[in-house]
Design a protein around this ligand. Structure first.
Ligand SMILES: N=CN[C@@H](CCC(=O)O)C(=O)O
Length: 327
């Protein structure tokens, strides 16, 4: 965990716009000085960020997911503390300091024939750190909320949870893509393939998979498997989508499971693979709220958001997802 930057109140103090007579969420968040003391804390949820976009770049995607963490944090600390929002239940752990990896990635030449493979090597290093942090949080009996970063970090989340629980976990992934791409170099499109290979992932459901983004070999692979299932976005659009989500959630939530949200599942959401078609922000808020209430829910990962500079709306949406999950 050499790269974990543990936060204290000082790290967020300047982000909070205080107002007389009101208490902002950031004013009452919990902190810890060392990861090892987590189990003694009363907060149920532990939030940390992964400001990187190396996995996305290794997957030929649009860079920018490294900005999601700060955008989310700025909004989160400024929502209201009130009867609906209880910051005492959330411990702000900090961030995985990705500066060194980001620096190394930017020094790689895109003309290098091994450019993507070299980025993949950096992703592997990030994987190790993410899985070690998630393992510690889950082993302490807490629920990690991970804000990425690319969807490559699903691998570390799943591996860390499975190691802590000593069993493979289930996952429900709200996503336009399966991220079951080939076992080539590590990137944001094959986190779940590697989790299956490592025997960390058991039942996997993709909710909102889009027909236009999925290669035929992945459809075939999923159909041949007993553990991989999907709900097609095109079919969900004409149904009561929350009810369909609840049905799939019931199956996955029979055992320990994680919730993955790839923001490219949301219509027009600034993300690596932004899409003109998808779920509404409000529909996704409902899914998250339903999933967060399940007893077997072990982690929540929000990824692939790619806000532009001074894009407060994206940060707000990310903060709302966090507040919905812990409510
Ligand atoms: N995690 C996203 N994976 C998608 C999108 C790639 C992109 O960023 O454009 C995929 O591999 O198809």
């Amino acid at each position: 965990m050499r790269a974990l930057k543990v936060y204290s109140f000082k790290n967020i103090e300047k982000l909070i716009s205080t107002r007389k007579g009101e208490t902002k969420f950031g004013e009452k968040l919990q902190f810890v000085s060392e990861l090892d003391t987590l189990k003694d804390q009363k907060a149920k949820y532990v939030l940390f960020g992964i400001p990187e976009d190396i996995g996305v770049r290794a997957n030929h995607g649009k860079a920018g997911t490294s900005g999601a963490w700060m955008a989310a944090l700025k909004s989160l600390v400024n929502i209201q503390q009130n009867r609906f929002n209880k910051p005492e239940s959330l411990l702000l752990l900090g961030e995985l300091n990705c500066d060194e990896w980001m620096e190394k990635a930017s020094n790689l030449g895109e003309e290098d024939p091994n450019y993507h493979v070299k980025l993949g090597d950096l992703v592997k290093e990030i994987d190790e750190q993410v899985s070690a942090i998630v393992e510690k949080i889950v082993a302490a009996g807490k629920i990690p909320i991970i804000l990425g970063g690319g969807h490559n970090n699903a691998f570390g989340n799943i591996k860390g949870s499975a190691k802590a629980l000593k069993n493979p976990v289930n996952v429900i992934n709200i996503d336009a893509h399966t991220d079951l791409r080939q076992l080539e170099h590590r990137h944001s499109g094959n986190g779940f393939s590697y989790a299956i290979k490592g025997e960390f992932l058991k039942n996997y459901h993709v909710f909102g998979l889009q027909k236009n983004y999925t290669p035929e070999y992945i459809f075939q692979e999923m159909e041949q498997s007993e553990t991989l299932t999907y709900s097609l976005a095109e079919e969900l659009f004409s149904e009561d989508v929350s009810e369909r989500f609840s049905e799939e959630l019931e199956k996955i939530a029979q055992a320990d499971f994680g919730v993955e949200l790839d923001c490219d599942a949301i219509t027009g959401f600034p993300s690596s693979a932004v899409s003109p078609s998808g779920f509404s922000v409000n529909a996704v808020r409902r899914f998250i709220s339903l999933a967060g209430k399940k007893e077997n829910c072990r982690y929540f990962h929000i990824c692939e958001a790619s806000p532009t500079e001074n894009d407060a709306q994206t940060g707000k949406a990310l903060a709302y997802f966090i507040s919905d999950f812990i409510r």
